[in-house]
Design a protein around this ligand. Structure first.
Ligand code: KPL
Length: 322
């Protein structure tokens, strides 16, 4: 079945009440896109942030360089005032880093309505499996986006690239048509897919090939087009293809290599998220990216020497920078 492109008509059913947890670059980009489409998404803030629980001014610069501002209600999840807002949410978009998904959702889930549906949007794979025991029958959707955004200050984000956003139901009851419609109409170039897992593997392959290398060699994505990196990139990708195949996800080699080098060219000026995490002395998503591949490979008895070497180098760098 071919994916459904974002041109669905609005329906008459009540508007979904959407909230976003994880107000990083992508979380704030989605906030602006949903708000421009007529939604009033809530932002769920961190416990310790002193600016939370009151209207906050968010600044945004779009791809044409046009600036705009919007006010968001940022709520602290376990404050008394937040209770009614949290119970009202029908769709929670989770934009935290992969390693924060469980620690963010475990305390939050009991405060949400039983019918509240979840959508995970992060780099890497793995948290959706770890989350299963906490869902209590709730809907879980998975997504991947190649939209680019840069957080310039706490509440200031600039969109740096257009891109495809792919979404699909993973488990639990289907999303209502109205919720789907609102998401697809708000996020440019978004699709409802019939099988998200191969899409997540393709994005995983892109992140495996680009993110750790840019962090290790301290370079922009575009530098990886140089011939000296080709052998390593192909070695990493060949291992991804073998493991994906063992997971019943066929990835065709040539299109995958083309996709990775297309991303390198299209995002040539960007510093990858892992480069930025290392530069800002933050934990990286290496465990949900290269680490996930190595872990899945181990269950199939597949050797992954290229990815093991990169994992080792990156984790050593991470420990040194923290
Ligand atoms: O997803 C990315 C990231 O930086 O995490 C890429 C696609 C590599 C773009 O920078």
């Amino acid at each position: 079945m071919s994916p459904q492109i974002s041109s669905v008509n609005q329906t008459d059913s009540p508007q979904p009440s959407i909230a976003i947890v994880g107000a990083g670059a992508i979380g704030q980009l989605l906030f602006h896109q949903l708000a421009s489409a007529g939604q009033a998404p809530l932002l769920i803030g961190r416990q310790q942030a002193s600016t939370d629980n009151r209207p906050t001014l968010l600044q945004f610069t779009d791809l044409k360089g046009v600036p705009s501002t919007r006010t968001a209600q940022v709520i602290i999840p376990n404050s008394d005032e937040a209770q009614a807002d949290l119970k009202h949410i029908t769709l929670l978009i989770v934009c935290v880093k992969a390693y924060q998904v469980i620690e963010t959702l475990k305390p939050l889930l009991p405060r949400l309505n039983r019918e509240c549906q979840l959508l995970l949007l992060h780099n890497g794979m793995g948290p959706h499996l770890a989350l299963a025991p906490y869902l209590n029958g709730r809907t879980l959707c998975l997504g991947t986006t190649s939209q680019g955004a840069l957080k310039q200050q706490r509440w200031q984000v600039r969109q740096t690239g257009a891109g495809l956003t792919q979404l699909e139901l993973f488990s639990g009851p289907k999303l209502t048509q109205t919720t789907k419609t609102h998401l697809l109409n708000a996020i440019p170039n978004s699709q409802w897919c019939s099988d998200i897992i191969p899409m997540l593997w393709q994005k995983l392959a892109v992140n495996i090939a680009i993110n750790p290398l840019t962090a290790i060699y301290q370079c922009r994505n575009g530098a990886l087009a140089a011939p000296q990196y080709r052998h390593t990139i192909l070695g990493l990708l060949d291992e991804v293809i073998l493991v994906a195949q063992a997971e019943q996800v066929p990835l065709a080699r040539e299109p995958l290599i083309t996709r990775v080098f297309d991303v390198i060219h299209l995002t040539a000026n960007n510093f990858s998220s892992m480069y930025q995490d290392i530069a800002h002395r933050r934990p990286t998503e290496i465990d949900a990216i290269t680490g996930y591949l190595i872990q899945r490979a181990a269950t199939h008895g597949i050797p992954t020497p290229h990815n093991q070497a990169i994992y080792q180098q990156l984790t050593t760098l991470e420990q040194r920078s923290n």
